[in-house]
Design a protein. Sequence first.
Lengths: 408, 132
Amino acid sequence: MRKSIIRKFFGILGPGLISAVSGLEITNIGAFSYVGATYGYKLLWVIVFASSIMALLQQLAVHVSVYTRDGLVTEIKKIIGKEVTSILIALLILANIVTLEINLVGVAFTLQQLASIPWILGLVSISLIILAVSLQKEYRYLERILTIISLVLSVYIAVMFLYIVENPEEVGKIVWNITVPPDAEFKELFTDILAIFGAAAAPYALIFQSSSVIMKDMRFEDVPEEFLDIFTGLIFATFASISIAVVAAAYAPSNASSIYDIILALRALGPYAVILFSIGVFASSILAIEAIILCNAYIVFEYRCSTSSLGDVVTSKLYSIVSFITVVLSALFAFIHVYLRGNSGFVSLVKDSSILISFTSWVPALMIVVLYWKIGEEASSFVKIVSTLIVGGLIAINLAGIIALIDL
Amino acid sequence: MFIDAGLFIKVFVYIVGGIMPFVYNYYFVKRKAAEVRNTKEANKLVTQSTVESKLPKNTSVEPITLSNTLSLQYIHGQESDTKGALAPLYVLLVIDQNTMNNPETLNKVISNVPKIVGSFENSLARSKAEEI
């Protein structure tokens, strides 16, 4: 009995930890480190709030896909027409390119920090490697290796544990700040809250959630189990994100701006900090980049051919064309972004990108909620109303964010 | 002791807008999935209770005459005051000629009807009880 409970616990712990840690790309690490270093524990609740909303949207994506048996793009095209859908998917592709761009910059800057390789050279080399890997089409083996390597990033969880063992009085503060939004000038923190939403959003995850349901030919009876997986994912991803913010709050300088400042948060690891950080970020960023390229190809393919099979997408000619355009555009965006920002540091680049991703994060959310309203009695009225309010809120705060940024 | 209204609103929005829909949706879908599973089980029983027989060679098929009807006394009415009266349950048996010409198989099929209806009644009662 006891053995089976322990086995069950590790059965959940293993995959949960792997998916949470390998999902920690440089956007998340940068944004959560910045938030932790600058505001301490003050914005921990935003991480939980944003992750819960994402988890609800993932649930709805699964529910909708089991009901419609078709991809999100195909279904939304039937409802809102080809023209409006094309605008939405263009925004979604843009969000993906921005995510890819900041990952490229992150890896290039990390290489510069680790081995003094000029970031421009690093950026070009990484772009070429990524293009070569994605054009190879069959990279499942490499994906497994990268997932294992990215587990190195669990050092953030280890460092957080060390910190709270040494400072047990911090546990109460952390739990309090996660549970109760503290008094703060939200107007001042507005763009930073948007950045957290952008870092937690990962619009491509929703598209893949829907595609995986269709590929697995999931039945409605299996949906609760899938929801439990999403719940486990939520717990681990939030835990990993909070550990980054807590570690940064504890050890990173409060005016963190460069990638070196972010690495400083891991100084408890001594000389190994830079190497472990670089290896972890390199692996997780390449994983994210490959997923983003595939997502862009998937969206374009589904829009044109109305198919939801990832196998069809990878073997198509379109995949190579979309991969090439995505990588080239991302590299170009990366150059322009770094050039425009000058020497303001990596943290401001991450903040810009996270805010931009947040601006488009409502696109898949809107698609999912519109489809959820269409499934009739199988949908809960309470969830329909709350999800509509959430998407409305997301659109409103992002519009307000755009206005605030223009004013600035 | 006064409750800080601002704090209360923040915590309320945080829980109702972020965490509660996620948890509620899980239980909502779980209940719906249980209903679907029960219906499928009942349908499976219908499929399992199908009895087949083959028509012997060189046998002519005679016209069928309905000689008797079977009345089922079950609580198929949903409300206690309409048990079987205002909401009668109609059972349609689709029997092919092979079965019709084989009295033994025909008996088996007809004797299975109450069992099938019973399973429907049980699943209905179970889902009703779960709702309550």
